[in-house]
Design a protein around this ligand. Sequence first.
Ligand SMILES: N[C@H](CCC[C@H](N)C(=O)O)C(=O)O
Length: 264
Amino acid sequence: MNGAGNAFAVFDARSTPFAPTADQVRQIAADLQADQVIALERDATKDVFMRIWNSDGGEVAACGNGARAVAHLILEETGKPMVTIQTEADMLKGYKAEGGLVTVDMGSPLMGWEDIPLAEKMDVRGVDVKVGPMDNPTLSRPAVVSMGNPHAVFFVKDVDAYDIPALGPLVEWHPLFPEGTNVGFAQVIDTETIRLRVWERGAGLTKACGTGACAALVCAARAKLTGRKARLVLDGGTLIIDWRESDDHVYMTGPVEMEFETVI
Ligand SMILES: N[C@H](CCC[C@H](N)C(=O)O)C(=O)O
């Protein structure tokens, strides 16, 4: 399945257990050119439990576009107006939106150093990660936030001016991030539009990143660079991110496509 350019291999494990090894995940992701591998499992109280592995084989707790793809599947399957998806990180709600789009309520952003997590106690507004020459760093002072997974967002003048495959890994596994981090390169176009490219933890430069889009909007709004709702323009598509004051939840809306389905 494809969510705004993010490619997923989704396995329905509600009847047949699916517990791949890291090597098997890597092989599946390579064979199907998937950014993440996702397994749907039964859940005692929610419509489905969603497990997520990055293409490097590591299991993670959150995947925004993956949640939208799963929401689309379960909304179609059940005909319900809203579906609940449990992940390691949070309980998410999925809804049909206008124009065949799908919305997922991603819950509240987490901003404590232990939420991200960071390697030491600090005010997250003071994170000073430098990349490149110390006297004239290529990147510095990312905004950091967790959407159930860690994100470091650099606000830059031109996202296309950066060698993301060279710079991304230097931040992804920086010692300040003991569990690694996703690395966003965000260019504020206007108060309602952000151009975003993401070097994903465990998956590299992808065409879209749902939690990355949420993270970039939250960090931009927190810094008063945009309002609390904006269009996030990624290489693979556009997401509407709305960080609502009413409940502090971040709502992500965008396209989902079933690329092909098979029985194995
Ligand atoms: N690479 C992310 C997981 C997938 C995130 C992305 N595909 C999304 O849509 O949120 C991580 O390691 O936290």
